[in-house]
Write a protein that binds this ligand. Structure first.
Ligand code: LHQ
Length: 258
């Protein structure tokens, strides 16, 4: 069985983590295939939004612990540099919005892959666990970067150390996720958001993402300059013209993502 599935639906790439019997825990094959599919979505001009979801009960339980134990364990030292870091870097740099549709439990690296996405949606029954501390590890896959920025230092510090399970409702309250959607028809609910994003000015969204990526480390002056530079690029797109024309003509815009 393919550990990740890729499906194009109109302008959306649906990337499905597909090891349901292991709660979509990542082994090497799955980590490399996710990278390959993120590259495929990045290179395809028709794709204007990426949706990542898990198959079955879980979103992802993080690293497959069976792969790092046993008789021939995979070299621990290569896991971050070859598996998780390239996944996080790809999600943050792909020039299209990435939606995480967290359909169930998201633990360890699985949680942090979800949390680095541009829009995080969670099913009512989903949960988030920084499971690392329970096995003596530190939050990786950007956990120590995104978590304090999303929910503040104290909450992040406590969750990273205690490894408590955070319900979807609590995650929304903390600012860890954008919205919680009902369990019934969760995937279609998430797809609606992806569809909306896929019909928006894709380049403008990519420039927004680039500006947000820099806001974490820039001074105000640097950030204002970044906005100045990126706004000029946005204003040079077809979609900006279309957006303004549609507004003036009191009609619905038809964006091309260019
Ligand atoms: C699993 C897993 C799993 C294998 C559930 N592996 N089978 C970076 C650097 C290097 C090495 C280590 O990793 C990392 C990054 C990381 O991600 S570290 C964190 C790794 N993840 C965890 O520690 C989470 C471990 N899993 C759990 O705590 C629980 O399974 C959760 C809370 C996710 C779900 O609990 P339950 O709902 O009670 O389900 P379950 O425990 O019964 O799991 C269901 C099945 O999935 C079960 O298989 P089985 O054949 O017994 O039914 C589990 O063995 C399997 N599974 N997580 N990470």
């Amino acid at each position: 069985m393919n550990p990740v599935l890729y499906l194009q639906q109109e302008h959306i790439a649906i990337i499905r983590l597909n090891r349901p019997e292991k709660f979509n825990a990542f082994n090497r094959e799955m980590s490399l295939l996710l990278q390959e599919y993120l590259d495929k979505a990045a290179a395809d001009e028709l794709i204007r939004c990426v949706l990542i979801i898990g198959n079955g009960k879980a979103f992802s339980a993080g690293q497959d612990l069976g792969e790092v134990t046993g008789d021939t364990p995979f070299d621990f030292n290569r896991i971050l540099s070859e598996h998780y870091n390239p996944i996080i870097q790809r999600i943050r740099t792909i020039e299209k919005p990435v939606v995480a549709a967290v359909n169930g439990v998201a633990a360890g690296a699985g949680a942090n892959i979800a949390l680095c996405c541009d829009v995080v949606l969670a099913a009512e029954s989903a949960s988030f666990i920084q499971a690392f501390s329970k096995i003596g590890l530190i939050p990786d896959s950007g956990g120590t970067y995104f978590l304090p920025r999303l929910i503040g230092f104290q909450k992040a510090s406590a969750l990273a150390m205690l490894g408590d399970k955070v319900s979807a409702a609590e995650a929304e309250k903390l600012g860890m996720v954008y919205k919680v959607l009902p369990n019934e028809d969760f995937e279609n609910g998430a797809l609606l958001t992806a569809q909306t994003l896929s019909e928006m000015p894709t380049q403008g969204l990519a420039f927004t993402k680039a500006a947000l990526n820099q806001s974490f480390s820039n001074s105000l002056n640097d950030q204002l300059q970044t906005e100045d530079m990126l706004q000029k690029k946005a204003a040079a797109t077809y979609d900006y013209q279309e957006g303004v024309n549609a507004f003036m003509e009191k009609r619905k815009p038809l964006f091309k993502g260019k």
